[in-house]
Design a protein around this ligand. Structure first.
Ligand code: PLP
Length: 385
């Protein structure tokens, strides 16, 4: 609202500091640097030894989908009829992998009608539903399996994933019914430990042996980390190499084609969230105009983003001794607080701006209007800093 009106949606700003100086935004602003997204897409397309798809749920912004399709991303991981249709409109030639393993019958029918050819599954009941509605010709069904391995910011296995034994039985049934048999897993989001992929890939080979089935493809999921903490830059190259060598070691000549479906690792670092300091209450707690019901939803689950800058209303850095502060969001809910304490300049003031770098994943899409907050502008920049 407001910020893009009269300027046209195509306005591109130089950087967040310019936005702050010129617009003095009162509401949070999510800024997008398409060049960073293109560069990340190239890192995946050149480095990953297989097909790169994008997990739409992490950020379904149209500009992202279009930028990725133009950069050469040829597939998307979708989880709902809405996402299926979104990709159908924005990237009509791309493959859609319907990798939400539990679906209503009406959702399955929607996917079939839309021409979806790849499905995941983690149970007999859901596989039966697919058998009833999905034609076998040229359709791939991928049992999704899980392992009790950690390494990620939180465990995805608590909701989805069959045991390796069940996955082997499902894989056998998929092949027997004439579908293309493949396998998939998700090591957990923001997975900092590349060994997690190795354990899963080794198990995938064991599942194929148990089933007596050669998997056409192995989808190694998302989980690729973004740059959330200053001191820990993600090392995608190491992860790609490990995935490649683990596949070679586990499968040898029977190597399946690989697929990945990054969400966070693709989009997060192409965005920064500009928030404003509403108040420094009696010189202590900092209240922002955005919080855990807005663009910072994830932080209580997976920890703070510590790539922060504090700018004055003139757009210059606020230099001050880093001092731990309690940081609250704007709603009247006491859960609306960033975890722990955050180091901010001792002289931070009401009206200053706090910029969170790397805020593009699971942020705009989970923003709510709780308590009447959550109005968020979206602007493009030539540089995020
Ligand atoms: C959410 C999700 C992803 C993306 O996960 P990230 O951790 O954001 O990379 C990939 N695949 C599936 C099936 C998902 O549900």
């Amino acid at each position: 609202m407001g910020l893009t009106e009269g300027r046209g949606p195509k306005t591109v700003w130089n950087n967040p500091a310019e936005i702050i100086r010129v617009l003095a935004p009162e509401d949070p602003v999510m800024v997008f640097d398409p060049a960073v997204l293109r560069a990340t897409a190239q890192r995946f397309l050149r480095g990953f030894p297989g097909l790169v798809t994008y997990a739409v749920k992490s950020n379904p912004d149209k500009a992202i989908i279009r930028t990725l399709a133009a950069a050469g991303v040829k597939g998307f991981d979708v989880a709902s009829p809405y996402e299926i249709d979104l990709i159908g409109r924005l990237a009509p030639h791309a493959a859609r992998h319907y990798h939400n393993p539990v679906r209503a019958r009406a959702e399955i029918a929607h996917g079939v009608a839309a021409g979806v050819k790849s499905w995941s599954v983690d149970s007999w009941s859901e596989l039966e539903k697919l058998f009833q509605r999905v034609p076998s010709e040229n359709c791939e069904i991928s049992p999704r399996f899980k392992l009790p391995v950690s390494g990620a910011a939180y465990d995805f296995g608590s909701k989805f994933g069959a045991s390796p034994e069940l996955a082997a039985e499902l894989l056998r049934a998929v092949a027997d019914r004439g579908y293309i048999p493949s396998l998939t897993f998700h090591p957990g989001t923001q997975c900092g430990d590349p060994q997690a992929w190795e354990s899963y890939i080794t198990t995938a080979a064991r599942i194929c042996d148990m089933a007596g089935v050669k998997a056409r493809r192995l989808n190694v999921g998302g989980g690729f980390p973004s740059h959330r903490v200053q001191a820990i830059a993600p090392d995608l190259t190491t992860i790609f190499e490990l995935i490649d060598s683990a596949t070679e070691a586990a499968f040898g000549a029977d190597r399946p084609e690989l697929v990945c479906e990054p969400g966070r690792g693709m989009c997060a670092d192409a965005f920064a969230l500009i928030t404003r300091v509403k108040a420094v209450r009696d010189g202590a707690a900092v209240f922002l105009n955005d919080g855990v019901y807005g663009g910072l939803t994830e932080l209580p689950q997976i920890g703070n983003l510590d790539r922060l800058q504090v700018l004055t209303p003139e757009g210059t850095p606020r230099a001050g001794v880093p001092t731990p502060r309690t940081v609250f969001g704007p709603t009247c809910d006491s859960l609306d607080r960033l975890p722990g304490e955050i180091d901010l300049p001792a002289n931070i003031q009401e009206g200053d701006y706090l910029i969170f770098q790397g805020a593009g994943a699971y942020s705009t899409v989970t923003n709510t209007r709780f308590n009447g907050f959550g109005q968020m502008a979206h602007l493009s920049v030539r540089s995020l800093s």
